[in-house]
Design a protein around this ligand. Structure first.
Ligand code: ACM
Length: 679
């Protein structure tokens, strides 16, 4: 019985992982247009890539990385390893053509074309950025049968819908080393994302060296910060991948770290210390103090020389103005200038910042709160709260350009499907207003995220967001999206992304190096609490708390929960015995996990998991009874089932079973067969 159930689960796994689909059906993001042709390009050891003579560094890197990843994926020993110019091999398999080096500015041409015939593959693009994306698509097109690796003959024409396709990483709450940033930049290319937003300062740390104020990193970073040399290295690394970098210094709120180092510019004069937990804090810059602007001028001057992109992000979110209310000098300043509210005072501050940035030929971007009646329309608004469509609509109707993050808050640990469904064009916009929507940005807030877990929080869900921003699909097929997501997800590992392997790292830590198979099965079922219910109020976890707990090994889209839901969906639709077998196989697996966990040498971390697995066991046992027509049930059984269901769905250890959404429908169906109702 045991072998059969594992076999059945493997079958579902293969379907979910896209094994039975041709590679061109697993693309993510999907291209705008794809035309299939007869026949295949079969790979052999003479496979070679030619690139134009004097190709840009971007093209050289993209081509070289492509060959490396291709040979790793195929195990093929190619005779010619590195890309050469066409002159040196006119017969090469892949021929690349492009017109110019792309600028990392808004609206740059990122389009590309791929034409695959049986003998040759042509990549054409206007810019070298298009070439980078063509190589990514081509790699996703790699297919195989039993004997060969091949590319299906086809033509693709592709370009993005949105010019701003971003990923923000907060390195203040938890610092992320250079290696983490680099591997995530590599993965951004897979998602065809072009903007890295670096949230460099907040209440918990100031993470960038500013030469004029060494105290910023000496006093406000715990020694964890980027030197300017490292910043330059990242900016170049990103540029080589067609990615622009926008730095954020969050002011006037979220500024505890800045004020820990430079308390003279605080609205309340006292000494400050770095915050160690999550939340919105009072320390705020003094907008009435000329020294505040002098400091910011110096900081932005250094930033401007480090970051070539035209925008700098000044934050501006969640300033509650408590320190402004409490300072009589600020109050009389406001009276004297006719400033009627804290919001207006912040606008006064923002406009001064905008003028400073102008001096350095930079434009200002800020979180939604900076949008007041007086704020110039040249400010780029970063929409993050309210109802996504409504906030965005309001912003562009007022005449501002906007980037949407509301709907892309991956720290909420919502399923990929939720983010994927987020629409960037609200109803009722004119073409001109639509044009003001530059795109969107995934936000990785790091309160509960460390270098060990960050990849699993960003990926694979950001691939789904990448498709939303690249293609903006109108008809969404969630099941199809998940299938493709899981295919492309595991390929991210070749770039060093740790979202899959670090699950094992955490589980080995929990088990203290025992067999982790049981724990792993549990992580495929349980999901971390969603919507900030983990760390409610921000006080349970400090920045130095452990983040190698069971919840940290779980992901927002638990694979078995998803697969189970699909099995139930199929079963309820078709009443087929295969789906029922899959469902039963899961119950049998889940009821065994408690006993298996008890077989390990226990420790306090494992001990905490036992109430959870016990409740899962009881639930599974009851469901197996219900599924079995030969077992009699009565009203007492139903009351008991209700109780065990409630107990199993409780949060344990910051995780729950909320990924299994289909159980009530299944129970309801089975009970109805026996003449009972389930509400
Ligand atoms: C934000 O989430 N406070 C921008």
């Amino acid at each position: 019985m045991k072998t059969t159930s594992i076999f059945i689960i493997f079958l579902i796994l293969n379907q979910m992982m896209g094994q039975n689909y041709p590679a061109y059906q697993n693309l993510m993001p999907q291209p705008r247009s794809l035309t299939l042709h007869e026949s295949r390009f079969v790979l052999d050891s003479l496979f070679q890539v030619t690139i134009p003579e004097a190709s840009s560094k971007r093209v050289q890197i993209a081509a070289t990385k492509f060959i490396r990843r291709l040979t790793n994926r195929t195990g093929l020993f190619v005779k010619y390893g590195f890309p050469v110019s066409k002159k040196n091999n006119p017969q090469a398999a892949i021929e690349v053509h492009y017109k110019k080096k792309g600028d990392l500015r808004l609206y740059e041409d990122e389009s590309y074309q791929i034409d695959i015939s049986s003998k040759r593959i042509f990549i054409k693009a206007n810019t070298d950025i298009g070439v980078i994306y063509a190589f990514e698509t081509l790699l996703q097109l790699l297919d195989n049968d039993k004997d060969t690796y091949f590319f299906q003959n086809l033509s693709i024409k592709d370009k993005p819908v949105f010019t701003w396709r971003g990923l923000m990483i907060d390195v203040s709450r938890h610092f992320e080393p250079i290696s983490v940033i680099k591997r995530n930049l590599d993965a951004m290319v897979v998602a065809k994302m072009n903007t890295f937003h670096w949230h460099l300062s907040d209440d918990q740390g100031f993470r960038i060296e500013i030469k004029k104020y060494p105290q910023l990193t000496e006093k406000a970073s715990d020694g964890l910060f980027y030197t300017q040399e490292q910043i330059k290295d990242i900016v170049q690394y990103a540029d080589d991948r067609g990615i622009r970098v926008i730095p954020e210094i969050d002011v006037p709120g979220h500024a505890t770290a800045l004020l820990t180092a430079i308390p003279e510019i605080a609205s309340i004069k006292k000494t400050y210390q770095l915050q160690r937990h999550a939340g919105v804090f009072d320390p705020t810059l003094d907008p009435t103090n000329p020294e505040t602007y002098e400091v910011l001028d110096n900081i932005f001057k250094e930033l401007s020389s480090l970051f070539p992109f035209e925008y700098i992000h000044i934050g501006g979110d969640e300033n509650e103005g408590k320190q402004w209310d409490a300072n009589p000098d600020i109050q009389s300043f406001m009276k004297q200038k006719g400033i009627k509210s804290n919001h207006e005072l912040q606008t006064y501050f923002n406009i001064k910042l905008q003028n400073i940035l102008k001096k350095y030929r930079k434009k200002l971007m800020g979180w939604q709160e900076i949008m007041t009646d007086q704020m110039p329309k040249s400010a780029l608004i970063h929409v993050w709260f309210g109802r996504a469509g409504e906030s965005l609509k309001k912003t562009v109707k007022k005449g501002y350009y906007a980037v949407l993050s509301n709907g892309f808050y991956i720290d909420l640990l919502l399923p990929a499907a939720t983010h994927y469904r987020t629409q960037l064009y609200p109803e009722g916009l004119t073409d001109e207003e639509k044009h003001r929507i530059l795109g969107g940005e995934t936000t990785m807030w790091n309160e509960l995220v460390t270098p060990v877990t960050i990849d699993s929080r960003i990926w694979p869900r950001t691939l789904a967001i990448g498709e939303r921003l690249w293609l903006n699909p109108q008809k969404v097929d969630i099941r199809n999206m998940y299938r493709r997501l899981f295919v492309q997800s595991y390929h991210l590992e070749e770039l060093g992304i740790t979202h899959l392997k670090n699950r094992d790292v955490i589980l080995r830590n929990i088990s203290q190096n025992q067999d982790i198979r049981t724990l792993k099965a549990l992580t495929r079922l349980y999901e971390p609490l969603k919507g900030y219910t983990r760390n409610k109020g921000g006080k349970e976890y400090y920045t130095y708390s452990p983040f190698m707990l069971f919840a940290d090994a779980c992901s927002a889209d638990a694979e078995d929960a998803l697969k189970f839901n699909y099995a139930v969906e199929d079963y309820l639709k078709n009443h087929n015995s295969d789906s029922k077998k899959q469902i039963i196989a899961y119950f049998e697996l889940w009821q065994r996990l408690h006993g298996k966990l008890q077989q390990l040498d226990t420790n306090p971390k494992i001990q905490k998991l036992l109430p959870m697995t016990k409740s899962l066991m009881k639930l599974s046992q009851n469901l197996l009874q219900l599924s079995n027509n030969s077992v009699e049930i009565d009203k007492g059984f139903i009351a008991h089932l209700r109780k065990v269901l409630k107990t199993a769905y409780k949060p344990y250890n910051d995780v729950d079973l909320s990924g299994i959404k289909s159980l009530n429908q299944l129970i309801s169906y089975w009970l109805s067969l026996r003449g009972y109702t389930w509400k």
